[in-house]
Design a protein around this ligand. Structure first.
Ligand code: HAM
Length: 423
């Protein structure tokens, strides 16, 4: 009979060593999320699919994400819905819908979960990708841009990562853009570009700056850069962000050619890049999106945030040989020898769990050898071995699985003793 496989391009995490380790995945996700929680970002649980129009309007029709990569389908009520390709549009929609901006500004939210992009799968590029993200809405304060960046940086550092860098630029504001756009379009008009690139330049000339083809890159060497044409206000904002990052001790390099794959960015825009990951080196990215609230029908409020790729951050940990998590499923493993011993150890396991200790038991009536193998595999620090003779003397064997030492402990005090040993 044929069996099923997970859809192509979707990483799975399960109890195991190595790259699919669910313990590693959870540790990375929770460490990144905890950094945001410490800065006062409340948790928001978003829908996994939304009205297709939200992403078309919010992320931008001309982006690859919207035009090529969305999982869009009609539901049974003939509504066009799309699996969320990113989190910012959904958060902004929720802030508008639930009037979260009425409870004091900025509204600070964090989220975590899967996102979906129909990309060509390769190492580090998936069709179901996991992000931890934050959004801060309603304060056009450069200190808030710096805070967002510092939270991401702190999350990576807390994992022990060192081999990454932060690239940063400003994409200007509504006052900077039109003049620069015209300048860039003039420049592009003077180049010998193919039809497709020319068409792309018509829709969004900034995209050409990001063209990876060497011949286009060479042509673009002298292109005007937005960073040199910021409005005085955007320039001041940019300098203030850099000042805060210096104060916070967050290192950065300015990359004036950075082009993000989403259209909503204004002013501060950044990416964290890891050098050990090959082509898919972006472990996180974000920036300011001062027009998005209004574009989606809400009040004129600014916003700033980031999305960090959990899958790629886990790959980055592997690339640096880091494993700051424990793969141990439990702390104690119970090995009963016989039916009466099982009855007693089932009770002990229950009492240990109630005392906060993680415990498993050898089920299925296996012999001592098989049960001890399970104990080792579980990652437990201690095995509780209970046989006939132990029961007669009212004790249980407590075996330290690392050293192999075993001693007898009275059954009635084993719960308190283990709970304090493991506290
Ligand atoms: P993004 O740069 O499209 O930004 O995605 C953020 C991160 O998600 C990337 O840096 C990368 O680590 C990860 N990622 C994206 N696509 C894939 C993929 N196909 N496979 C694996 N990982 C991937 C956003 O999504 C914005 N919403 C971030 C943001 C929040 N900007 C402002 N607020």
């Amino acid at each position: 009979m044929s069996t099923f496989s997970a859809p192509k391009g979707i990483p799975e995490y399960y109890p195991s060593d190595g790259g699919s380790s669910s313990a590693g995945f959870v540790h990375v996700r929770d460490t990144l999320s905890a950094a945001a929680e410490r800065a006062g970002y409340g948790y928001i649980e978003l829908p996994v699919f939304e009205d297709t129009g939200l992403y078309a309007r919010g992320v931008g029709e001309s982006t690859d994400v919207v035009s090529k990569e969305m999982y869009t389908f009609a539901d049974r009520g003939e509504r066009s819905v799309t699996l969320r390709p990113e989190g910012t549009a959904g958060v902004v929609r929720a802030v508008i819908e639930h009037h979260l901006d009425k409870q004091g500004l900025p509204v600070k939210l964090r989220y975590a979960g899967p996102f979906f992009r129909y990309e060509r799968p390769q190492a580090g590029r998936y069709r179901q990708l996991q992000q931890v993200g934050i959004e801060a809405i309603g304060a056009d304060d450069p200190a808030l841009d710096a805070e967002a960046i510092a939270i991401a940086d702190e999350g990576f550092r807390a994992l022990g990562l060192r081999g990454y860098r932060l690239e940063l630029t400003s994409l200007g504001d509504a006052a900077s853009r039109p003049a620069y756009r015209a300048l860039l379009q003039d420049f592009l008009a003077g180049l010998d570009l193919d039809e497709a690139t020319r068409a792309r330049a018509e829709i969004n000339p900034l995209r050409v700056l990001d063209d990876k083809r060497p011949e286009v890159r060479t042509l673009m060497l002298d292109a005007p850069l937005l960073l040199d044409h910021l409005s005085p206000e955007a320039q001041a904002h940019h300098e203030a962000v850099l000042g805060h990052l210096d104060d916070l001790g967050v290192a950065y390099t300015i990359n004036p050619r950075m082009v993000r794959g989403l259209d909503y960015y204004t002013k501060t825009t950044f990416e964290f890049v890891h050098d050990g990951l090959g082509a898919q080196s972006g472990i996180g990215g974000g920036g300011r999106y001062d027009g998005l609230m209004a574009t989606l029908g809400g009040p004129q409020l600014s916003g700033v945030g980031f999305g960090i790729g959990v899958d790629r951050t886990l790959l980055a940990c592997a690339a640096e040989g880091l494993q700051p998590w424990s793969a141990a499923r439990v702390e104690v493993f119970c090995v009963p020898l016989g039916d009466e011993a099982r009855r007693r150890l089932v009770t002990v396991a229950g009492a240990l769990r109630a005392a906060g200790v993680r415990v498993d038991l050898a089920y299925g009536g296996r012999g001592l050898k098989g049960a001890m193998k399970s104990a080792d595999r579980s990652g437990a620090r201690y095995a509780l071995v209970l046989g006939e003779r132990d029961m007669e003397s009212g004790t249980v064997g407590v075996k330290d699985l690392a050293s192999g030492d075993q001693r007898s402990v009275p059954l009635e005090s084993v719960v308190t003793e283990l709970a304090s040993l493991l506290a």
